[in-house]
Ligand binder design. Sequence first.
Ligand code: SF4
Ligand code: SF4
Length: 312
Amino acid sequence: MKEIRIHGRAGQGAITTATLLAQAAFMEGKYALAFPHFGAERMGAPLNAYVRLSQTPIRLRTQITRPDYLLVQDATLLRGFAVTAGLKEGGTAVINDPRLPAALGLHSDAACHIVTVPAGRIAEECIGRADRANTALLGAFAAATGEIGLEALEKVIADRFGARAGEKNIAALRRGYNHVRETPDTSLSATGATAAGQAPAGQGGPPVQLTVGVVARPGTSRKNLTGSWRVADRPQFLHRKCTACDLCALACPEGCIASEGKNNYCPDYDYCKGCGVCVTVCAAGDIIMVPEENGQPCIPGQPPASPREGVE
Ligand code: SF4
Ligand code: SF4
């Protein structure tokens, strides 16, 4: 049995990715299972979807903690999440990002193979929406792992999306596939990844043991690092005109703003999800949203070293 864990954000189609992959495998004659795992959260919240593929009936219904493969729909998920945790030795991670793995701080080695593909850019060019990267990512997955054939994927995509959208998504699928096949730095030759057509492990082997899976334990919201939800912007507290009205701290849905008097308000970026509510309620205009990469540390009582141009 092969297990695939998909990391995405609500609204990016992670569940569709899982479903398409499972349907394509089913079409190729395998047993397949696809299911999501998410809480009652908003668009953009990180979530997982899981796929199991096997030549024999699949009885396991647990979340996947030791995947053979990872599909990462948004490289911002690498920030604050142990996305590659549990990836089996010899496994492959396929990540939607235009940069090479080394630029993400990841390296292929004997233990795992990291493949990046500009799936968002491909989706923008083929479909007109960069946030519809799942079909390009599936193409990259097919090329990198050999676990699924393009023909089956094309068929389920055509069935799912209809003629016009299907055509665009199939174009994205093929571009993702070709990118991995043709880009030396992300080729599968470095890894010994499963060759196309190879019988999946487990066929004719010992029965699947039901001893793996997840034991849920009580947790707290402190463990839920909602700072990982920030995709583009973060609040920058300017510490210049703060009146200590306390509204930002009261309004913050994460309750993550420490309030200690004028010009001393700071968010905890581990939990700040970048919603911008604090900016909206601050009548003094002492909080602005800035691109994530321009964000500066928030130090109580100190204005940021170089506030954004145009801000006093
Ligand atoms: S953007 Fe502001 S209100 Fe929203 S979570 Fe961050 S600190 Fe709280
Ligand atoms: S809302 Fe603005 S003025 Fe009020 S405490 Fe927060 S930063 Fe200060």
